[in-house]
Design a binder for this molecule. Sequence first.
Ligand SMILES: Nc1ncnc2c1ncn2[C@@H]1O[C@H](COP(=O)(O)OP(=O)(O)OP(=O)(O)O)[C@@H](O)[C@H]1O
Length: 623
Amino acid sequence: MFGGRPQAVKTGSLAMLRELPGAIGQTIGLLWTAGRGLTVTVLACQTAAAALTGLGLLAGTRVLAALLAGGPTPQRITAALPSLALVGGVLAARGALTAAVAEAQSRLTPRVLRHAHDRLYEATAAVELAAFDDPDWQEALSRARQRTLPAIELAVAELLAVAAAIAGLLAVGGILATLHPLLLVLLTASVIPHTWAAMRAARTAYTGEIPLAALYHRQQLIADLITGRPAAAEIRAYGAERFLLAEYRRWAEAVQNQRQRLELTRARTTMAGRTLGGIGVLITLIALGALLNAGVMPLAAAATAVMAIRAGQASFVQLATTANRLYERGLYIGDFNRFLADSHARAHHPTGDPMPRDFAAIHLDDVTFCYPGTEKPAVEGVDLSLVQGEVIALVGENGSGKTTLARLLAGLYRPTAGTIAWGGPSPRVLAPGDLRRLVGLLGQEPVRWPLSAHDNITLGRPAPRPSALDRALSEAGADQVLAGLPHGAETLLSRHLHGGTDLSGGQWQRLALARALYGAPSILICDEPTAPLDARAEQRAYDTIRRQAAQHGTTVVLITHRLASVRHADKIYVLDHGHLIEHGTHDELLARNGDYAQLYRLQAAAHAPPTPHRRETPDPARP
Ligand SMILES: Nc1ncnc2c1ncn2[C@@H]1O[C@H](COP(=O)(O)OP(=O)(O)OP(=O)(O)O)[C@@H](O)[C@H]1O
C-alpha cells in the first residue's frame, strides 16, 4: 500500500527448488568478490568438520562393539580404548574446526556487508539526476537499502549453514548406507514432517513480511517526524504532538498485530511439524527394533544408527529451514544486482574530449523534456540561444518549467527530444556530464552540508586558481559569515554533531553563493537565489551575479519571481506550461504588452505607495 510494490515472488516448494541454485549462486558471487580466501577457508573447514562427524560415528560404533563384546569388563574397556581415543580426538578436532569457521565467518560477514554498501552507494552516487525523479528507480533503491542489505547479512550465515547441513547429511548418509541401506529410507521418512514444518514456517515469515514491511515503513515515517529536527518547530507551533503520537500508535499497533499473527502461525506450524516428527521418530525406532530382532544388524550398529539418524534429522531440518530462507535472500540479492546494473546504465559515462572552459554560445534546438514516468512534457519545443557573458532571466508562473529548463542548460537533465549544443562556430553536442564541471548552481534552498564551513564551499574540488577561495568568499559576502564563527573556516556546520554550530537561512545562502563562485563556473544558474536574503544582501548578491557576467564572462541564468530583479537582464524568456511564449529585453517586453508586461505591472502596483482615499462619512439615514 505504501511500502513499495511487493515483489511477485513464487513461494511454492517446487518453485523454490527450481530457483534455489540461482539464489545460492547470487550469494556465493557476493561472498566470492568480498573475500575469496575466507570463503574457501569456511567451506573447507565445514567439509572437514562433516567428515570428522562421520569418522566420530564410526569410531563410536567400534567403542560400542568393544564394550558389548563378551569377556571381562577391564578387557573390554582396554579393547575400546583406541576407538575411545579416536572419538576424543575427533571431537577436539571438530571443536577446533567449528571455532575456525565461526572466526572466519565473523570476519567474512562485515566484509560482505561493507562490499555491498560500497557498491550500492557507488552506483547511487554515479546515476544521472533524472534517476531520482523516476519512481521505479527510487523504489528499487529503497528496497535495496531496507531489505537487501539486512538480507545479505543473514544470507552469509545461511549459506554457510546450508553448506554445513549438506556436508553433515553426506557424512551421516554415508554411515547409514554402510550400516544398512534401509536406514537411509527410514531417515528420509522420519524427517519429512519436520522438514515440511520448517519450510512452511520460513515461507509464512516471507509472505507475511511484505505487509509487515509496508506497515513498518509507515510507522517509521511518523517516528522520524517526531524525532527529527526538520518538523520539530512546526509540530510545536501547531500543537501537533498528540495527533502525531496517535498516528504513531495506530501504525505501531498494526505492526504489532501483524507480527503476532505471523508468530502464531509460525508457532502452530512448528508444533504440528514436531508432533508429526515425533511419530516419524517412533516409526524409525520400531523399524530399528525389528531389524535388531531379525538379526540383520548388531546392537552396536543399531546404537550408532540411532545417533546418526538423530544427527541426520537435525541436518535435514537445518537444511530445509536455511535453504528456504536463503532462497528468499537470494531473491533480494538478485534484485540488488539488477538495481546495480540499472544504476550503472543510468550513470554518466564521460565521452570525448573535455569541454573547453570558454564557449561562444549554447544553442537549444526544439528541446523537450518529460520527467520519468510522466507523459506531459515539463518543457516542450524550446529554441533558445545563449551567448557567453550574457545574463538571461527565465520567468513564468509556478510550474511553467523554469527550473527544468535551467537544469537542461546545466546538463543535469538530458533532453527527451531536441538537442543542446555548446561551442563556437561548430557547436558540439556534449554528454551532460561534460557540462556539469562548468556549471555553478545556486538554488533557493541550498544543501546545508554537515561539514566544516571550508568544505561547504570547496566540496573537495581543487581550487581553479590560488586565490579562488578568498575571492569567492568576499564576492559572496561569506567572509563576514566565517569571521563570526568560533573556529572560522574550520567550524563544523551542523548542530547534530558535537561541537557544531548552525547558521541563519541568509548566511547559508551566502555560503552557497561562495560555493557556486568558487569553481569559476562558465555558466551560473541562480534559481530564486535571494529568497532568504535581507534587502541589502539581496542587492549585493545581484551585484555580484552581474559582475560575474561582466568581468569573468560567466553566463548567468536567473530564475526569479521578483520581476524588479530581472529588469537588467540581457534577455528575458517567459515560459508558460513548458513553452517559451515571449522573449526580449525588459523594455521590449513592456512595449509588447504581453504576459510579462501584465505580470510586471501587477507586481509594480503591489509595491506602489497606497493612493490616499477619502474616509466615508457615515450616512445618518442608513441603519
Ligand atoms: N521531479 C519531478 N517529477 C515529475 N514532474 C516534475 C518534477 N519536477 C517538476 N515537475 C513538473 O514539471 C513542471 C515544471 O516544473 P518546474 O519545477 O520546472 O517549474 P518552475 O517554473 O520552476 O516552478 P516554480 O516557479 O514553482 O519553481 C511542473 O508541472 C511540475 O509539476
